[in-house]
Design a protein around this ligand. Structure first.
Ligand SMILES: [Zn+2]
Length: 348
């Protein structure tokens, strides 16, 4: 259990890659096996010796984009840095640069957060990691993106919500630091999806009914029968493919999946709190970053949120924060309570 905190947090869960490793073509099997091996090898690095200087000016982002040149080494060669306004012409480099910027902007403009640590930490990303590497991860100090295999997975910078998801793992690490296992781990995953989606919606200026509420839309090639990796609105419906299988996410506590795989189902049961957030945002209407986003953010920063919190503990705190901000019995408070009840999480 103690080791779990020091493992990287890959975007694509192991159960999906294991299906490819056993059922795909020879090339795809090899890609998936290499990816699984790299995911196990790359553990969060303590100390962060290579971390460059961040920004002392609040509201100002500092970005460094590196290329690993298809090798498995971090951080790689510096290819674009803050202030390099000319596009490099390399899609992964430019998407990472703009994705980090959009994520910083959301957290700054909506939550007055100055980067991952709220102290101006430089945002670093490495692209072109590994050969045909089918994943993206946060390693404790930076983001890492593979190019995908080109058959099932496109490059991982293609979806802004994936970039924001990985960065949010860093924010969580600096705040509640939820243990990456079982319900606390599923909350960790869910918060990364929630803010991943919020960053995308904010960037696109979308109202709740205009947003797709998908995580990783565009990541699958057209050969895959699927829209994305996860659906916050309708967990379990994101993909249903002969090779990849069916999206295993539940959207209600009665379908909660008891498993020891995937750190106790962190990428599976996150569907339940994901759907609660979606229910709340839809009930309130307008922009999800106006009420629902700040409520979840306040809860993430709430000192009462323990590292091993379960769904109920988190839900109670969202309700408490809604009461403090809007008053008990207010429209916002009632909608928060109902959203959790809708997914079977018992609250007062
Ligand atoms: Zn994650």
């Amino acid at each position: 259990m103690t080791d779990i905190q020091h493992v990287s947090r890959p975007f694509v869960p192991p159960y999906l890659l294991e299906r490819i490793a056993s059922g795909g073509s020879q090339r795809l099997r090899e890609c998936a096996r290499h990816t699984l091996l790299a995911d196990r090898q790359f553990r969060a690095r303590e100390g962060a010796a290579h971390l460059p200087q961040g920004s002392s000016a609040r509201g100002q982002v500092v970005r460094y984009i590196y290329s690993a040149g298809q090798r498995q080494e971090l951080p790689g060669r510096l290819v674009r840095r803050e202030g390099d306004e000319a596009e490099s012409g390399d899609a992964a480099i430019d998407e990472a640069y703009h994705g980090l910027g959009a994520t910083y902007r959301y957290f700054w403009e909506k939550h007055q957060r100055h980067s991952i640590d709220d102290r101006g930490m430089a945002l670093q990303a490495t692209v072109h990691f590994g050969r045909d590497y089918e994943n993206a991860f946060w390693d404790g100090t930076q983001m890492v993106f593979g190019d995908g295999d080109g058959e099932l997975f496109n490059r991982f910078t293609i979806a802004l919500d994936i970039i924001a998801h990985e960065l949010t793992h860093g924010v969580i690490q600096h705040e509640a630091d939820l243990v990456y296992a079982h319900q606390a781990g599923a909350l960790n995953e869910s918060l990364s999806d929630v803010f991943g989606s919020l960053v995308k919606q904010y960037r696109l200026g979308q109202r709740v009914e205009e947003a797709d509420w998908l995580i990783g839309a565009g990541l699958f090639t057209e050969r895959v029968a699927g829209r994305a990796l996860r659906s916050m609105a309708d967990p379990g419906s994101a993909y249903d493919d002969p090779l990849l299988g069916r999206d295993p996410q539940p959207g209600h506590m009665r379908d909660f999946v008891e498993t020891e795989d995937d750190n106790g189902g962190v990428h599976i049961n996150s569907g339940i709190p994901n759907r609660a957030f979606h229910r709340l945002a839809m009930a309130l209407g307008g922009h999800a970053w106006d009420v629902a986003g700040p409520l979840w953010y306040a809860t993430l920063l709430d000192e009462r949120l323990g590292r091993e919190s379960d769904f109920t503990a988190f839900a109670e705190l969202t309700l408490d924060n809604a009461g403090q901000r809007y008053g008990q019995g207010s429209r916002e408070w009632t909608a928060t309570r109902d959203a959790w009840r809708d997914v079977g999480v018992a609250v007062r």
